[in-house]
Ligand binder design. Structure first.
Ligand SMILES: Cc1ncc(COP(=O)(O)O)c(C=O)c1O
Length: 406
């Protein structure tokens, strides 16, 4: 009998990795246009400014600015850090996984005096201990990864923001895998730098870095002893060239902005459509959708008798990190799912690479339309690799969760 390869008829796998994620069709269409000129007034007035203003709603800030730079999540982190942190500044860094380590590395490179607050992988954050540490260190800034994509955990950013305020520290938050998928309240939580990338829950193409900057953060930049060592990523320069006088910048109201670097017009257009779709959906609906989709995925994983990696109190709604059964290599599951069933999920990172899988529910993919086929393919792939489970149980469990929430 001829063996069937179910992936072959598709030109690409469905992206169930934790970013980049699937793009809504109108976002893809926005990329398919001839070039415009980045310093053209029409681009500034019709695309860039409305997108920046709409992003303030997504970031839930009325008083801050959202800066859009070419790059990725790491660009946002580096631009934020290099703009406010000077050599010798004390910074308290919460490290709960790979992306906390990344933040530490960026801080060390700008010469910060780093005090590390380590959280065991997948565990909850001890807020009382963090508050004591903040009192002891008296840092200029506290950094947190809101959603640690490497372990599938979400940390209590509102509470950490309160701790930062109580010791007069700036609050730097990596929201690369949370913004537009999990509630992030920039103003309410006192986030001074809200740093993210375009390719995850915003459901825009990879290539833009976004930084929400509070007025407090701009003031800290203005008080620097020396100019930031980076010309391109100095966000104070962005403020001066980008923000109108009426919002505290130096661009006369109604005048075109200067571009601190040439802004990618196609990516900005795609971002403008992505943001429109987010606001049309509404943030509360979008967060609830991610919550239910992730819960449905987890019910399915449980029905497959698979155990989640993190502590139940910190489970993320945008990335699920699950342990593979004994004797089944995560990489083999990923390859089988991709090559035979056309769905791409990820393995764990670093020390968890050989024991865990990571599945994204971000933007479009936070839906039964994607979660149910993923569970079905996972069940089949595991069976192909010798792991037995009750046929159809995963999909049935996920459907029940969706039905309960509907
Ligand atoms: C929490 C977090 N921070 C930072 C990054 C780095 O972002 P990028 O890959 O867009 O540079 C990622 C990427 O997955 C991430 O998940």
């Amino acid at each position: 009998m001829l063996a069937i390869n179910w992936a072959q008829c598709h030109t690409r796998p469905v992206l169930m990795i934790p970013g980049p994620t699937e793009l809504p069709y109108p976002v893809i269409q926005a990329l398919n246009q001839p070039p415009t000129i980045q310093y053209d007034r029409g681009f500034d007035e019709k695309v860039l400014e409305p997108t920046t203003l709409a992003l303030r709603e997504v970031f839930q800030t009325r008083t801050g600015e959202v800066v859009l730079l070419p790059g990725s999540g790491r660009t946002a982190l580096e631009a934020g850090v290099v703009s406010v942190v000077e050599p010798g500044d004390r910074v308290l860094v919460v490290v709960a996984g790979q992306f906390g380590m990344l933040m530490r590395e960026i801080l060390l490179r700008v010469g910060a005096e780093v005090a590390e607050f380590t959280v065991e992988l997948g565990s909850r954050l001890d807020l009382e201990r963090l508050a004591h540490e903040a009192e002891r260190v008296r840092p200029k800034a506290i950094t947190l990864v809101h959603n640690e994509t490497s372990t599938g955990t979400t940390y209590p950013a509102a509470e950490v923001g309160r701790i930062a305020r109580s010791v007069g520290a700036l609050f730097l938050l990596d929201t690369v895998s949370s913004v537009a998928g999990i509630d992030v309240r920039t103003d309410e939580w006192g986030v001074d730098l809200n740093m993210t990338g375009s390719q995850k829950c915003l459901a825009a193409p990879l290539g833009m870095a976004l930084v929400g900057v509070s007025q407090r953060a701009f003031e800290a930049m203005e008080r620097r002893r020396q100019k930031a060592s980076s010309f391109v990523y100095d966000l104070l320069r962005w403020k001066e060239q980008w923000v109108p006088v009426s919002r505290g910048g130096k661009v006369p109201d109604g005048s075109p902005r200067r571009q601190p670097v040439s802004i990618p017009t196609h990516l900005t257009s795609a971002m403008s459509v992505a943001v429109r779709l987010i606001l049309e959906e509404g943030l509360p609906h979008r967060f609830r959708r991610h919550e239910v989709a992730a819960a449905a995925l987890r019910s399915g994983l449980q029905a497959l008798q698979l155990e989640m990696f993190p502590d139940p109190s910190v489970l993320s709604n945008t990335v699920s990190c699950v342990k593979t059964p004994n004797g089944v290599a995560p990489a083999a599951v990923v390859v089988r799912m991709r090559d035979q069933y056309g769905i791409l999920i990820g393995t764990g990172l670093d020390t968890m690479r050989t024991t865990t899988l990571r599945i994204g529910t971000m933007g479009l993919t936070a839906s039964p339309l994607y979660v149910l086929p993923t569970l079905s393919a996972l069940e089949l792939a595991l069976r192909d690799l010798g792991y037995k489970s009750e046929s159809g149980a995963a999909v049935a469990a996920a459907q029940a969760t969706v039905a309960d929430a509907s």
